[in-house]
Design a protein around this ligand. Structure first.
Ligand code: GDP
Ligand code: MG
Length: 301
């Protein structure tokens, strides 16, 4: 055990590049909500990967983006904070397009860090592009990053390049004892993960006008004697019109969201789940500190 390696890897990248997918795949279990819509991940979450000789703690940062309201500001602060003290920065980007303005912003944030951990570029979704195209995109990123940065071509969904990437990250970590028990894979409680899974299910079912105005609050999460979990949750929206959409005709939409969410939560907890949901208007929740606080999106001071 003398050369056990252990460290923190800050996973950074604009929304939708596949950060949550990658962490779920590496851990072999779903801990982070994934969705084709940006901004599914709203809070910092640890993904703990323990294998013989090493423990990597991935910090999944909420996507960096221009802050348009307080929630946005909070997400950017969280993302920057997670770079402090990391043993490596894993900058995840999308192989299917040239660097966007958000990517440029993150690259410049990385370059400006005072005490910069080693930077590893991972070009994700290579299953969708040709080798030449991928090489061209990597080239563009190399010019934006510190010279010594290493780059890897990966596909989180297909599993390409992941072993090499993990081996390399382990090599960047210092020798030291593990920070967490070997069977612990995340720092979030089941009820918080449940809230994210409900939100994910809602985002997948709903049309474009609602998603950014949607939050999920788990009001009750109880284990019954028969081993079932009883969960009561509220979908918070900003406007009456959104509430109508979330509920749907005759409650159809809410029911569909509930069925999908229940399936995911059952897979995550390994238990039968009874899920009760309602929708509620909480006007302008994204700009109200008290509401943000209750939902756990509290800014650090
Ligand atoms: P995040 O916002 O960076 O956490 O991104 P997500 O993990 O939520 O993923 C965004 C979308 O990209 C989802 O629809 C994923 O299924 C998809 N995705 C992630 N990785 C890959 C990949 O390697 N290949 C393909 N084709 N799609 C991917
Ligand atoms: Mg995510």
């Amino acid at each position: 055990m003398t050369d056990f390696r252990s460290g923190f890897v800050a996973v950074i990248g604009r929304p939708n590049v596949g950060k949550s997918t990658l962490i779920n795949v590496l851990l072999g279990q779903k801990i982070a909500a994934v969705s084709p819509r940006p901004q599914t991940t709203r809070r910092r979450q640890l993904g703990i990967l323990t294998r013989p000789g090493a423990q990597l703690v991935f910090v999944d940062t909420p996507g960096l983006h221009q802050a348009r309201h307080k929630l946005g500001t909070f997400m950017n602060e969280e993302a920057e904070a997670s770079l402090d003290g990391a043993d490596a920065i894993l900058f995840l980007v999308d192989a299917t397009c040239d660097p966007t303005e958000d990517d440029l912003g993150i690259a410049s944030l990385i370059r400006k860090l005072k005490r910069r951990p080693p930077v590893v570029l991972a070009l994700n979704k290579i299953d969708l592009v040709s080798n030449e195209a991928a090489a061209g995109v990597v080239q563009q990123y190399r010019q934006l990053l510190p010279q010594e940065s290493e780059s890897f071509l990966i596909s989180a969904t297909r599993g390409d390049g992941l072993d090499r990437l993990v081996d390399f990250l382990v090599g960047l970590c210092p020798v030291g004892a593990p920070q967490y028990e070997e069977d612990q894979i995340t720092d979030l409680y089941e009820r918080e993960i449940a809230a994210d899974l409900i939100r994910e299910a809602a985002l997948l079912k709903l049309r474009d006008e609602v998603p950014h105005g949607l939050a999920v609050r788990v009001d009750e999460f109880k284990e019954r004697d028969n081993g079932m979990a009883y969960i009561r949750a509220t979908l918070l929206v900003e406007r009456d019109s959104q509430k109508g959409i979330v509920i749907g005709q005759g409650g159809k939409m809410l029911k569909q969201i509930g069925i999908a969410a229940r399936r995911e939560i059952e897979a995550m907890t390994g238990r039968k789940v009874f899920l009760e949901m309602r929708a509620k208007v909480e006007k302008g929740w994204r700009n109200r500190e008290s509401v943000l606080e209750r939902l756990g999106y509290r800014p650090k001071h």
